[in-house]
Write a protein that binds this ligand. Structure first.
Ligand code: TYM
Length: 329
């Protein structure tokens, strides 16, 4: 039986953080062994917010190097840059003709970005349509993402259904793969908001490239809850619950075991250990990253080969889509 298809991407909008790793990339690495996987760098989505053209190329290669450093293996997975596969944009236009404007108006991410002061440009508005195209052009079965992208996945399913009912069966309805723990890591400085690269303070998140002292310091100053018990309770103890989730995912240690281990030990000791676990994991990723970053030609070659491979599948999908719509040639 043919392997199921898994597709996902990350935007090269600056430093990647622990939320991106634990919510998304860690899953990518696990999935590459079992599925036919396509993972890309979502540069078209990145420019829905202003990016510095002098930096964007570097940011794209940085995400590629981090993908590899986190454990994606080009022998098992197809890695590429979104803007190099023009079929994404072609399908995005077609799906746009099936999209009621009112539906995009209701998208939480769009509303949040506008509230944050982002200019309401058409690209930002149409973000979920392009994202649906990214997924459907490979006819994905499943898409690993963090919780914040679930609504966009629901939109992709709706649009797949609409296309199928108008033009005949073409797309599968892709399901979101979110983790039980870690699908929504919260800010270290404010556990009521998600960990985010657009946060005002760098103490909100741990960057995947933060140095060891910085990691230890950020965990030390992370907000905690009242009381001193290390217990998972996201309503009453949101800050400690968030730190427990991080610890559990990084150390591959179940939360109830951690609660047992830290019973009758205070926040300070728990945080100290968490800092060390993070330093250990991230410094090993960083070591790989630094070795790769020296060899940009190798990364570029991996991305070129990936683009060739991705184009084959995307091209096939688009010939069929064009035929179904009634385009000539
Ligand atoms: P981006 O770059 O904003 O986020 C990349 C991935 O990281 C997850 N994530 C989090 N997970 C847990 N806790 C957090 N605090 C946290 N913050 C971010 C996101 O959910 C995401 O999975 N729109 C996508 C990029 C994209 C895409 C696609 C994904 C473009 N086209 C097609 C899947 C399929 C995004 O949010 O990127």
């Amino acid at each position: 039986m043919a392997k199921e298809i898994v597709v996902s991407g990350v935007r090269p909008t600056g430093e990647l953080h622990l939320g991106n790793y634990l919510g998304a990339i860690k899953q990518f690495v696990e999935l590459q062994d079992k599925y036919k996987t396509f993972f890309f760098i979502a540069d078209l989505h990145a420019i829905t917010e202003p990016q510095d053209p002098k930096k964007l190329g570097r940011q794209i290669l940085e995400v590629a190097a981090l993908y590899l450093a986190c454990g994606l293996d080009p022998k098992k997975t197809t890695l590429f840059i979104q803007s190099q596969i023009s079929e994404h944009l072609e399908l995005s236009h077609i799906l746009g003709t099936l999209t009621p404007v009112g539906e995009l108006n209701r998208m939480t991410q769009y509303k949040e970005k506008i509230q944050e002061g982002q200019p309401a440009n058409f690209g930002l508005f149409a973000y979920p349509v392009l994202m649906a195209a990214d997924i459907l052009v490979y006819n994905a079965d499943a898409v690993p993402v963090g919780e914040d992208q679930r609504q966009h996945l629901e939109f992709a399913r709706t649009i797949a259904r609409k296309f199928n009912s108008r033009y005949g069966k073409m797309f599968r309805e892709p399901k979101a793969l979110t983790q039980k723990t870690g699908a929504r890591l919260m800010g270290l400085d404010d556990p009521s908001k998600k960990m985010s690269k657009s946060a005002k303070s760098p103490d909100n998140y741990i960057g995947l490239l933060d140095n060891s002292d910085e990691i230890r310091r950020k965990i030390r100053v992370a907000v905690t809850d009242s009381g001193r018990e290390i217990k998972y309770d996201s309503d009453r103890k949101p800050a400690i619950s968030n730190l427990l989730s991080i610890y559990s995912l990084i150390a591959n240690f179940p939360i109830p075991e951690l609660e047992k281990k830290y019973k009758d030990r205070g926040y300070a000791e728990f945080k100290k250990d968490l800092g060390e676990v993070l330093v250990q994991k991230l410094s090993s990723i960083q070591k790989q990253y630094r070795a790769l970053a020296k060899n940009q030609q190798k990364i570029k070659k991996i991305l070129e080969d990936g683009a060739k491979e991705a184009r084959k599948t995307a091209g096939k999908t688009m010939s069929e889509v064009r035929r179904k719509i009634g385009f000539l040639g």
